[in-house]
Ligand binder design. Structure first.
Ligand code: NAG
Ligand code: NAG
Ligand code: CU
Length: 169
């Protein structure tokens, strides 16, 4: 149980790393990033990794207008290393394009919708009268690259908190 808790908390802190375009592609001119993003669940604490050849591409984060018109003249951030790590620290939509002429227009643009981690708490009580035993269970849905949409949202079952709380009257 301690190990499960530790792993779940580690997962919360570290988040998931999503290589853009993976597994079939990367940051290139072939990948359909609409399709890629639709198969991936992005939550706060995750990160994106853009992997590409620096002689061919770059990554520019822009606002929606820049994304829609493939205009990188007003960037939020520019990445050039070929192995760029971009933290997803807040809820919202992030927009990335390649600013090499023609590449964004050819489809080298990715839109990522960052969601909160779904957390729900379930409380179960057992017993009657003098001995009431309650247990709170916190269930986190972790970020996964889901092959099939929502069925693969892994549930990190985290049975914690008031386990075995005994109330005497
Ligand atoms: C990319 O995938 C989306 C979703 O499946 C699809 O609607 C779109 O037509 C595709 N784009 C290209 C250029 O194939
Ligand atoms: C790109 O956007 C800037 C404003 O951010 C604008 O001045 C410029 O004309 C735009 N370029 C093109 C090619 O539309
Ligand atoms: Cu490019």
């Amino acid at each position: 149980m301690l190990i499960t808790m530790a792993m779940a908390m580690l997962g919360m802190v570290l988040g998931a790393s999503h290589t853009v375009g993976a597994p079939a592609g990367s940051w290139d001119l072939q990948t359909n990033y609409t399709l890629w993003a639709s198969r991936t669940r992005f939550t706060i604490g995750d990160e994106l990794q853009f992997q590409y050849s620096t002689t061919m591409h770059n990554v520019v984060e822009v606002r929606k207008a820049g994304y829609d018109s493939c205009n990188s003249s007003n960037p939020i951030a520019t990445f050039l290393t070929g192995n760029d790590v971009v933290p997803l620290a807040a809820i919202g939509t992030r927009y990335f394009i390649c600013s090499v002429p023609g590449h964004c227009a050819a489809g080298m643009k990715a839109q990522v919708n960052v969601k909160s981690k779904a957390v729900r708490t379930v409380q179960r009580c057992r017993g009657t009268g003098k001995r009431l035993r309650c247990r709170s269970e916190t269930v986190l849905s972790s970020a996964t690259t889901a092959g099939t949409d929502q069925s693969a949202v892994a549930q990190l079952g985290l049975a914690v908190v008031a386990a075995g709380l005994v109330l005497f009257f």
